[in-house]
Design a protein around this ligand. Sequence first.
Ligand code: VGL
Ligand code: ZN
Length: 197
Amino acid sequence: MRKNKALLIVDVQNDFCPTGALAVPEGDKVVSPINRYIKIFQKKKIPVFATRDWHPVRTRHFKDFGGVWPVHCVQNTPGAAFHPKLKLPKGTVLLYKGMDPQKDAYSAFQAEDATGTKLQKLLSLLGVKELYVAGLATDYCVRSSALDALKQGFKVKILTDAVKGVNLKAQDSEKAIKVMVRRGAKKITLKNMQRKG
Ligand code: VGL
Ligand code: ZN
């Protein structure tokens, strides 16, 4: 049992899935691999963190108020809820981000739990040194979370079969993965996880 690891599930919310307000193409396809990762990590008693994009009705993040995005993931709306098939285990640490009406916040390191404690603090309390990152979107929140993690000295594994990107430009996700790897992240899939056991 290695307690210095954690699984970070980023923004697997209805609005980022097909038919959602800011649909990531095939965003819902991350759900079943993530559920499989969750099972593997649960067995090893590795803690699970799950972020939600959690916006107020008015924020500069939205097009209507000067930003680039359509209205999405408004606090306490169905669009902001986790995908209904995502099986978060008991004890998952829930994190919220994007609450500041003045600022964009893509990174999980800008997220906090219900008591206002930031991810970094929560991870250091648990002695976590290595993050396994999955979720949406590869080219925004996943990218930004992974790069922040690397900057702060965490080892990072990108679960490449459990992320999907927005791809405003066609190659954005591919590029995002390249940048994460260049800065020190490693790619991993269910197949090579299971091989290692
Ligand atoms: C995200 C765009 C806008 C994300 C959040 O979670 O990747 N992308 N807000
Ligand atoms: Zn957002």
